[in-house]
Design a protein around this ligand. Structure first.
Ligand SMILES: Nc1ncnc2c1ncn2[C@@H]1O[C@H](COP(=O)(O)OP(=O)(O)OP(=O)(O)O)[C@@H](O)[C@H]1O
Length: 269
């Protein structure tokens, strides 16, 4: 059967921002976990910070087109994310590491990354080389032909990062990628992030404020489903004072930002 391609999918898309959200609302279960969020992100590495339950995972799932917005506007690579847009072509240009990675335990690392490359409709001739490169970039070349079920937690995280980057995405969404990585791997991951951010828009959620200081060009702080602050790590570091809780200037700045009084929500929102 020949599928009619909607005209919007044939049009070349131009966009000012890789990600643009206006008054975005996204439900997680029955809760409006993202509730009135405005955000504009371009190329670079954006560190997504916020306390537990702030809405980071829900935001990332909406950007990955897993969750559909309940209100407001969301555009990724110039495509509107709503119930009407065909998202297939867009998904092929997004890399996504979910907080909880699903995989077949009997797949090898190579098969796992190949499978995801296939789902992203990569050109079959390019797949073997792209898979090998992605596995090398996350430092798993020595385990490429081992089954997923034999990997440690940190190695699984790295396999997850490999599948997210295999298609050289324009938007890369990484939900807590450094969980389980040992200190040497975290340092290598910072270098990888900087490298990826040189051409793509990378959004990486983490609780490790120090990682953001070391590898991100931009800090995005959310709390209670809304954007609280967006700026450089240096700006965050400049906001703290010695009495704020934290072991480093950026940690103290982060604490100070979260403690700032914020406008109340309107009734009914
Ligand atoms: N499936 C769900 N059903 C109901 N509530 C949910 C569901 N998923 C998330 N929530 C709620 O939505 C809010 C935002 O959750 P989310 O996981 O997006 O936050 P987060 O910033 O990623 O948190 P963490 O740092 O703990 O991972 C929280 O109050 C959470 O309890």
């Amino acid at each position: 059967m020949v599928r009619a391609v909607p005209p919007a999918d044939l049009k070349p898309t131009t966009y000012a921002w890789h990600i643009r959200a206006e008054d975005l609302r996204v439900r997680a279960g029955r809760r409006m976990a993202v509730d009135g969020l405005d955000l504009r992100l371009g190329q670079g590495v954006h560190g997504l910070l916020g306390p537990n339950g702030a809405g980071k995972t829900t935001l990332i799932r909406a950007l990955a087109t897993v969750l559909r917005p309940a209100g407001g506007e969301l555009e990724v690579l110039g495509r509107t994310i709503d119930g009407r847009t065909d998202l297939r072509a867009l998904r092929e240009r997004i890399g996504y590491l979910p907080q909880e990675l699903g995989y077949y335990p009997r797949f090898t690392v190579r098969e796992f990354v190949e499978y995801l490359a296939w789902l992203k409709k990569m050109d079959a001739r390019e797949v073997p080389g792209a898979v090998q490169r992605a596995i090398e970039r996350v430092g798993l070349a020595g385990r490429a032909d081992d089954r997923m079920k034999t990997l440690s937690g940190g190695m699984l995280r790295r396999a997850g990062i490999a599948q997210a980057i295999v298609n050289d995405p324009d938007v890369l969404l990484l939900d807590e990628p450094t969980v389980g990585l040992d200190p040497a791997q975290r340092l290598e991951f910072r270098t990888l992030l900087r490298d990826l951010g040189a051409r793509a828009c990378v959004l990486v959620s983490t609780h490790l404020v120090e990682d953001v200081a070391a590898s991100c060009t931009n800090v995005v702080l959310v709390d209670d489903g809304r954007l609280v602050f967006q700026g450089t790590p240096e700006e965050v570091a400049g906001l703290g004072d010695p009495l704020d809780v934290g072991d480093s200037p950026i940690e103290r700045g982060y604490t100070a930002l979260l403690a700032r009084p914020r406008p109340r929500r309107e009734a009914g929102r």
